[in-house]
Design a protein around this ligand. Sequence first.
Ligand SMILES: [Zn+2]
Length: 409
Amino acid sequence: MRTLYSNIKQLIQIENNTDEKKIVKGKEMAILPSIDQAWLLTENGIIVDFGSMNSLSSDLQFDQTYDLTGRLVLPTWCDSHTHLVFSHSREHEFVDRIHGLTYEEIAKRGGGILNSAKRMQEVSEDELYDLSLQRLEEVIALGTGAIEIKSGYGLNTEAEIKMLRVIRRLKECSKIDIKASFLAAHTYPLEYKENHEGYIRLIIDEMLPRITGEGLADYMDVFCEIGFFNVDETDRLLEAGARYGLKPKIHANQLYNSGGVQIGVKHQAISVDHLETMDNEEVNCLLKSNTIPTLLPGAAFFLAMHYQPARKLIDAGLPVALATDFNPGSCPSGNMNFILSLACTQMKMTPEEAINACTINGAAAMEMTSILGSIKRGKKARLIITKPVNGISYLPYAYGSNLIERVVI
Ligand SMILES: [Zn+2]
C-alpha cells in the first residue's frame, strides 16, 4: 500500500544525508530541518520519498492520498525512559505530599517504590499486561512511536521476571518499538533493608542469569542515589550487567551530586537520566563521553522540585534527550506533548531544541536512530499529523490542547 500525503504545511525533522544522523548536540539542537509545503510518500510502513510540493511528479504512483493542508507532520515521539508497567496508581501519596510529607519521608514509611512493589508481587501477569497495554495505547494516541520500559517494582526474582515478561508481551503485540531495562536495583526491599549485600548478591547471582537467560532485558538500570544504591554498589551492578551483555542506562543525580553521572560514564552508559543536580564536574565528564544526558521534567513538575539545567548542558555543547519517566509515584503521565511544553517553559529550551530532544535524541537514547527519530527515506513511517496550526512553536505553547489529529504507526 503506497500512501501519499500532500500539501503538508511543514514536514519537520527531515534527514537527507545518506549517513545516519546519530544525535544532535549543543548549537545543532536549535536546527530542525524541515520543508514548507511538502509531500511525503510511504509504502507498507516505510518512508519512500518526500519533497516540496513543486517537486511532486504528476506520474507518482500511489494507492491512497491525504490532503494535509494547514497541518504539520513530524516523526513520532521517542520516549526513552518510562516505568509504564505497574499495577496501581498512588494518588493517596500525592495527597500526603500536598499535606507536607516529602518523597523521602513517604519512602521511609513504606510508601513510594515499596508500595508499588507490594502491589506488583500480588498482581497476576495477565492483569498486569492488560493494565500496561491500556497505558501503552494511551501514549501511542498521544504521539509516542517508540518507548523504553523498566522493571523495578518487583524487587524479588519472580516479580521482576513477571514485569519483564509483560514488557516482552507488549513488544510482541504492540505496533511500536519497545526496549526493556532491568531495574531490580530501584530500591532495597524491606527484607534487605539492613542487608544490602544480600540484595546485591540476589540481583547478580540469581536475577541476572535468569533474566538474561530468557532474553528479557536490553539494558541494565540502577537508581544511583544517596539513600538508594551508592556509587560502589552501582559500579558492581553495572559490571555484572555487562558480563551478561546488558549496557547501562541509569538513574543519576536526581537528588544529590551522588557520583551517578561519573559512574555511568565509566561504564559507557547509553544514557544517564534525571540530572536535576549537576555541577561543572558532571558536565565536563559527559563532554568526554558518548553518554546521553536525558532529562525528565515531568518528575520535577509533579514533585515540585527544581528543573534540570537543560541550558547549561546544551550551551556546553552536549546533546539532551527528553523523556516522560511515566510512573505511578513521581510522574503519572506519559504525555510527551506536555514534556515538550515543560522543556520550553521551565527549562528554556527552544521548540526546535525540545523537538530534537523528543525525536532523534530520544531514539539515540534507545539505540533506534537507524529506524526512527527523523523523516528519512528507509526509516519507519511513524508520523504525528497535527490539527491545522500556525507552526511548530504552537505545539509547546498551547500546552493544554490536544493538537494531534492522527498518529500513523
Ligand atoms: Zn525513572
